[in-house]
Design a binder for this molecule. Structure first.
Ligand code: CP
Length: 326
């Protein structure tokens, strides 16, 4: 298992963590680590993306991901166009692919896409020439969220391996849980999906599960609480009061975890459901630090992917030039 990045980044797209190697993940985290002082201490930003144009193509609501991709791209010197689905021609039955290809024809270097259909970022990546970065697709993957979670964990706990991490709540409908499982399990960590039976049913990933939150807490170095994603529920039996009794993270429950255990949440938090205010705002919560890490991670992802795109463009231009000279 590598502990430092030694790999040359070659991907122009970032669509998920399932296919990324441990070394590729470390490459992102190491580049992001370098950007973190730019975010936390307002140090000057290197204009690595000066003259580049990024499209934020969000077809679902977002606060953190849209904002931090915007900050990341703009702080590296890129211009960002915000696509607003509600006023777009998607409402006139234009397809996502046609929408993206038309905007790409106006001059584009990267598309950041969030979409309610599983695999939409992958289909887009096959249809356009520029970079595509997933900002979350259905309950499938949310790669930059998991990368920023890993950066926060590494910074706060001093390592990224040999940890026991519980992802608690609506794991069945969570793209964040899946991407964290794919990413963190590449570093010899023990990952537990914790929740009521209805949320552990029909999981399409191999993972250790537990229904008794109190029983697993003493083993946990990090606890990631997840929102109940009612918008993705089909027919899941769910009683809110019972859920709060069994799975809400309270100060008493947190006291059962390992000393120094950290509490994460990708957001948005539903206060009073998955955790109490005391835990959410308490000393073990790293939720706002996750938001800070999000900007640094997205700076790294944009820089690496657009860098690979530019190498591809140069190679293609070189081939075209040779063809003309023949
Ligand atoms: N964590 C996350 O994806 O938050 P947003 O939905 O606000 O982007």
């Amino acid at each position: 298992m590598p502990t430092s990045a030694k790999t040359q980044w070659t991907r122009k797209h970032l669509l998920g963590l399932e296919d990324l190697s441990a070394e590729e993940i470390l490459t992102v985290l190491d580049v992001a680590d370098g950007y973190l002082p730019c975010v936390t201490q307002r140090r000057p930003y290197p204009p690595a993306l000066k003259g580049r144009t990024v499209l934020n193509l969000f077809c679902e609501d977002s606060t953190r991901t849209r904002t931090s991709f915007t900050f990341a791209a703009e702080r590296l010197g890129a211009r960002v166009f915000q696509f607003h689905m509600a006023t777009s021609s998607l409402n006139k039955k234009e397809t996502l692919i046609d929408t993206a290809r038309n905007i790409e024809a106006m001059g584009l270097d990267a598309i950041v896409v969030r979409h309610p259909e599983r695999g939409a970022p992958h289909r887009l990546a096959e249809a356009v020439r520029c970079s595509v970065l997933s900002a979350g697709d259905d309950a499938h993957e949310h790669p930059t969220q998991a990368l920023l979670d890993m950066l926060a964990i590494r910074r706060k706990l001093g390592r990224l391996q040999g940890l026991t991490l519980a992802l608690v709540g609506d794991v069945r409908h969570s793209r964040v849980a899946r991407s964290n499982l794919f990413g963190l399990s590449k570093f010899a960590n023990r990952i537990l999906f914790v929740g009521p039976p209805a949320f552990l049913d029909k999981l399409d990933v191999e993972v250790e599960t537990a229904t008794d939150f109190d029983a697993v807490l003493p083993q946990c170095d990090a606890i990631m609480m997840l929102r109940v994603q009612f918008e993705r529920h089909e027919a899941v039996a769910f009683d809110v009061d019972e859920y709060v009794r069994g799975y809400q993270l309270t100060p008493a429950r947190l006291a059962r975890a390992k000393p120094g255990a950290i509490v994460l949440h990708p957001g948005p938090v539903n206060r009073g459901r998955e955790m109490t205010n005391e835990v959410c705002d308490g000393p073990q919560s790293v939720i706002l630090f996750q938001a800070t890490c999000g900007v640094a991670v997205r700076m790294a992802c944009l820089q690496l992917c657009i860098g690979a795109l530019e190498r591809e463009r140069k190679a293609n231009a070189g081939k075209a030039g040779k063809g003309k000279r023949r």
